[in-house]
Design a protein around this ligand. Structure first.
Ligand code: PHE
Length: 347
């Protein structure tokens, strides 16, 4: 048999190679491609090939070598794939894996606690959309048409309507919009709390974020007074932060309440002595509140001569910061498992 015929037979042989496992594959590799293998032997015979045939025979030997390598590589790949598949096959006799339970997000824990306190005081849950119209976020909340809160710097706009500002579609910047939604469909007595996410166009830092969470409270009935508001808020603060917690109300301004106030509680971190969290004042602000402005009642279809109301809005992040002594707001939305896992035992 000539060398050329020999090579052709080998080419055919190589194309039909098979191996059941790594060991057989290694035997094939040694047989064809090792230093003592068939192809190296051919190279020895190649020396005796007459010059005029060297080019053609040389090419044939190279082709054989490449095909042998390719074949062996492809057998190796398919063996590895089958191996990987058999690893993932289900073993139904195995005991179940222990499934790691997730934990509630700290903001959810605090939200639930706040809801629980106000539910015991007779407040019902209410809800409203996060993508809202200006009508409910601002107009019915007694914001003047040129109020700076409508400005692009605070509010995220989805759709603007140059002819009628109240029709702008925005991301709600406070949960007070739910007050409007409830009052326009319900007559007093109304006693609701509305937890939810709100959005403001702020640079993200440790102390500010472009979205955060609020809980709005609203009580409308006959003969509601500021002292009812104060008593409910005192009770809330003491339930949330302990019986010794003190509150103080400072006069403030919101378009939708009159009079308006901001409420501080004695700093839970330093016990009122002064620390960096309370900026050494011993007090931290936790909410805004006030008596519902008669304009708001009227704009929502409620008789302001007959009914009075109070409202408050608190930031869940702020309360959570105090409760769990967390000083960076960004931790709440970064999904860092190390942070979230710290709350596994709290429930
Ligand atoms: N909506 C106000 C805010 O986002 C909070 C507030 C709610 C104040 C209800 C008074 C009454 O800052």
């Amino acid at each position: 048999m000539s060398l050329k015929e020999n090579i052709q037979d080998l080419l055919k042989e190589v194309s039909q190679l098979k191996a059941e496992n790594e060991k057989e594959l290694e035997e094939l590799r040694i047989k064809y491609l090792s230093k003592k293998g068939v192809i190296t032997e051919l190279m020895k015979d190649f020396r005796n090939v007459p010059n005029e045939e060297k080019r053609e025979i040389g090419m044939c030997i190279n082709q054989l070598k490449t095909e042998a390598q390719n074949k062996i590589n492809s057998i190796r790949e398919s063996l590895q794939q089958n191996g990987a598949q058999s690893d993932t096959r289900l073993d139904l006799t195995r005991t179940a894996y222990p499934i790691a339970l997730g934990s509630r997000h700290p903001l959810t824990l605090v939200k639930n606690e706040i809801i629980d306190i106000f539910s015991r005081l007779g407040f019902c849950l209410a809800d409203g959309p996060e993508v809202e119209d200006d009508l409910h976020v601002f107009t019915k909340m007694n914001f003047a048409a040129d109020h700076p809160a409508r400005d692009m710097q605070d509010t995220f706009f989805i759709e603007t309507n140059p002819n009628e500002v109240a029709k702008n579609i925005i991301l709600r910047s406070h949960t007070s919009s739910v007050q409007a939604r409830v009052m326009e469909t319900t007559q007093p007595p109304i006693r609701i709390i509305c937890p939810g996410r709100v959005y403001r166009n702020e640079t993200i830092t440790a102390r500010a974020h472009c979205f955060f969470h609020q809980i709005e409270g609203l009580y409308v009935d006959e003969n509601v007074s500021f002292k009812d508001l104060k008593q409910v808020l005192l009770l809330f603060a003491q339930e949330m932060f302990g019986k010794d917690t003190k509150i103080r109300l400072r006069p403030s301004y919101f378009p939708f309440t009159e009079p308006s106030a901001e409420m501080d509680i004695s700093c839970d971190i330093c016990g009122g002595v002064g620390c960096s969290f309370c900026k050494n004042t011993g007090w931290v602000e936790i909410l805004g509140c006030g008596m519902v402005h008669p304009n708001v009642l009227e704009l929502c279809g409620i008789d302001s001569k007959k009914y009075k109301g109070y409202a408050f809005g608190l930031g869940i992040e702020r309360i959570t910061n105090l409760k769990y002594k967390i000083s960076d707001l960004r931790l709440f939305s970064e999904n860092d498992k190390r942070f979230l896992e710290e709350f596994t035992s709290v429930n």
